[in-house]
Design a protein around this ligand. Structure first.
Ligand code: ATP
Ligand code: MG
Length: 413
């Protein structure tokens, strides 16, 4: 039973100063979680992590781990050998045999000499190895600007050689920037909003407001599917499902029709704030984008902000729909998001919602609804699911969490 070596390229983390070890350690642990139960040994050098993994770990599991872990710019399966030219050349010869190199098109050698004691310069090394490539593939042209194939070599403590560098998701490791509660509907935007905040290191738990039977079981299934799709990027997450039927009906019958969307949003923020307090979140994250729909005007957002003391982060606020859709395709949530099960907002939304609400007037109308006790009830009855970093799900039937909720309710009374 041998091992495989993966070279991980780091980006923004390498620019960090004194706190770099903190980010590197998180990254290492985030990757390790995804490679369980396989044994792996990690070593670290400037701008690089090296994972040596049991051969028994399927390549697909490694690919999933590296391609979904924020902090990774790129990764490659590499060969590590001693820094003498004969060994290096022999290694290149055997690596080329199993690589995607063909005799068609062009190539370049990408050589990087970090160990300045190595006798050849990067350029000399490139030239020597280009000759080795030509032994096997005499028809390949050299193209430095747009090659079809690349042979990489890095001279550090050892020589690292590889031919395929795959893309990582970039950003910073999850759990380096506090925790937020993501308001996750079944739409296109909110999964992307979660992805964006996770890419800045935020840990997220998701909240979904479910108005059964006005929204179907399928709508909930869809949100669960979306949660499991983003779970690898989020390093695992929870999904809190808040039953909101009674509350929605109450809103509908206790405010003006054109205010229902605003009131619904106010109630969502208040419940999300309570859940954030229970689960130690310090921000709410939504998928709103300025002017995308009637309820996403500046005035409406100002009203929403006035309904909670908690920071509301809207990572998509300045993005166009196409940009958001492109990201949702990249993270593979798009096809799930466009499934036709409507979320509760759609069903309860008025034809002509108020787009320029007066913050004070609307807060007064909110108070007149007298809905606070019903919101507490919604929090108490919330059902929570755990989603692991590999996308698998389980219901938390956890007495500890129930006790946590009871405790918190007492504190706020
Ligand atoms: P999305 O594509 O994310 O559904 P949207 O364009 O449909 O967004 P709205 O329905 O106005 O816009 O919702 C704006 C934001 O409010 C959503 O991105 C999400 O963060 C939150 N939200 C809306 N409905 C729900 C819900 N049922 N459960 C949880 N969050 C919701
Ligand atoms: Mg929506």
């Amino acid at each position: 039973m041998g091992t495989r070596l993966y070279l991980i390229r780091l980006g923004e983390i390498s620019l960090k100063g004194l706190n770099r070890p903190f980010f590197e350690k998180k990254l290492k642990n985030n990757i390790k979680t995804k490679l369980r139960p396989y044994h792996n040994v990690v070593t670290k050098q400037k701008g690089r992590l090296y994972f040596e993994i049991d051969n028994e770990c399927p390549r697909e599991q490694c690919d999933l781990a590296f391609s979904t872990t924020f902090g990774i710019v790129g990764y490659a399966e590499a060969v590590r050998v001693n820094k003498d030219m004969d060994t290096i050349k022999d290694t290149v010869r055997s690596l080329l045999k199993v690589s995607s190199f063909t005799n068609k098109g062009s190539f370049k050698v990408h050589a990087k000499r970090s160990d300045k004691n190595f006798p050849l310069s990067s350029h000399q090394l490139s030239c020597e190895l280009a000759d080795v490539v030509h032994e096997s593939f005499p028809d390949l042209d050299v193209s430095l600007s747009d090659p079809d194939h690349i042979l990489y070599i890095e001279i550090r403590n050892k020589a690292y050689i590889y031919t395929t560098m795959k893309k990582g998701p970039n950003g910073l490791p999850v759990s380096t920037a506090g925790k937020g509660m993501l308001l996750l509907s079944g739409g296109i935007d909110s999964p992307v909003a979660g992805y964006r905040m996770a890419s800045r290191g935020m840990k997220l738990e998701c909240i979904y407001f479910h108005a059964y039977p006005y929204t179907s079981e399928m709508a909930l299934e869809k949100v669960k599917m979306l949660t499991s799709k983003i779970a690898p990027y989020l390093q695992g997450t929870r999904l809190h499902v808040v039953g909101f039927t009674e509350q929605q009906l109450w809103i509908k019958s206790h405010c003006n029709t054109d205010e229902t969307t605003l009131m619904f949003r106010a109630c969502m923020m208040k419940v999300a704030t309570k859940l954030a307090n229970i689960y130690d979140g310090t921000a709410l994250v939504t998928g709103e984008a300025l002017s995308q729909v009637a309820s996403q005007t500046l005035d409406s957002m100002a009203f929403t902000n006035s309904t909670t003391d908690m920071l509301i982060i809207r990572p998509l606020v300045g993005m166009n729909k196409e940009e958001i859709m492109r990201t949702s395709e990249e993270i593979d949530t798009y096809n799930t998001s466009i499934l036709p099960y409507e979320d509760c907002c759609v069903i309860f939304s008025p034809k002509h919602p108020l787009t320029r609400p007066d913050v004070e007037v609307e807060n007064e109308h909110y108070r007149e609804m007298g809905i606070d006790a019903l919101l507490d009830k919604a929090v108490e009855e919330t059902v929570t699911y755990d989603f692991f970093a590999n996308g698998k799900e389980k219901v938390i039937a956890d007495a500890e969490i129930a006790a946590k909720k009871a405790d918190d309710m007492e504190d706020t009374e």
